[in-house]
Write a protein that binds this ligand. Sequence first.
Ligand code: GAP
Length: 474
Amino acid sequence: MEQLAALCKRRGFIFPGSELYGGINGFWDYGPLGTELKRNVREAWWEAMVRLRDDVVGLDSAIIMHPRVWEASGHAEGFTDPMVDCRSCRRRFRVDQLYENLGIELEPGSVADMSLKLPADARCPVCGSRELTEPRAFNLMFRTFVGPVEDDSAAAYLRPETAQGIFVQFHNVLSVSRMKIPFGIAQIGKAFRNEINPRNYTFRSREFEQMELEYFIKPGTDEQWHDYWVEERLKWYRGIGLAGDHLHRYVYGKEELAHYASACVDITYDFPFGAQELEGVAARGDYDLRRHQEYSGKSLEYFDAESGRSYIPHVVEPSAGVDRIILALLCEAYREEWVPREAHAGSRPEIRPVEPGTNPPEGLEKRTVMGFSPRVAPIKVAVFPLLKNRPQLVEKSRRIFEELRQHWTAFWDITGAIGRRYRRQDEAGTPFCITVDFQTLDDDTVTVRDRDTMQQERFTVSELPRVLEQKGLP
Ligand code: GAP
């Protein structure tokens, strides 16, 4: 993780938030490459969940909502973590962290269970003191004030999930879209949680982004739709380049489920710090709409023209975190290899895995590659002139770049030795590099270098868009 974080900072995937002022724990900024990666992940999700489906429409709701929303949703009362204060150094911790430090494994879900007691032998993880308070509930929502007066009557919250915006607009969306059940409403947006221990790089942050679908169904079809969405979502993860054997499903036991839920499956990924949740897929019954109906006093029933009956729809919710998906993609993509110092057009270079603790054999050097799937790679294609002091090569490469950027996110680089430029693109995860050389001026062909095999092939300039598409650029 340290190597990955160093690369992410050096190459501009992820920076610590507010670094100029010493940083702020739990907040991260995405640099130029990270921003493109994130856009591609959002786009891939939107395409699969909304654009290519007849039964899902989009929403973009406000981050700050009426405070009653959070009473209805249960967040005002129940969205808490059990916390312990150290009386000696005055630091605050989640109780589960104390268990973890003692090597005691907790059942998933038990952190939310406020009956969690201090473990015997508990010590402050920072100063080692045994002077700890009993666990107390700490609400994770960020509080703010709407308007100039900062009192309780003006209090509001930054949303801790995007889902509630969907439930609150259920009726409006239903009436304008003329959807029939089953149908879904999808939303991508920021969410905020005042996490006590942000950690594992960006994995648990205080500001993050969610991609949530609320899929409204006929009561009684919950199991069938829940199974469907778990499979769909696993397929999607594989499609953006996460290896099947790094993905798992954690099926909640009956005793771990919220009282209103009939099923929940977490899709987890093998991070370097263990298998952890990327997404939860939950069958939530009619809990959310029923609560909003109760708290707002307005009917949220659906009239089923076929049966002539009205009912509150049930919902299946696949809820994913963009930042966790980015982190999984970065972990999956990162690799180090020994490769020939010089590669020649036509020949297939020898690529070997790095043997840790040893130097590369004669003629080989280490390279770091981000092996992103072309679907999510931040830059799809880079274009270079072989030499920057030959105006004909520079101009030609610029013209090719201008053409290709109409189709894909492209990058033009004229500085440094050509090998260095290839290495820079390897670290950025760019699947293809195109080089304009002296032969180009004779026969209008260029080399196309494949990031993974490092092999170079020649194609004419006019066939480049077709060739790149055939090679997998979306
Ligand atoms: N509406 C349901 C919901 O919000 P959740 O399991 O609390 O469920 C859904 O969150 C997803 O949001 C998680 O699977 C995770 O990907 C992401 N997420 C939650 N808390 C996060 C945090 N502190 N930092 C980064 N991502 C987070």
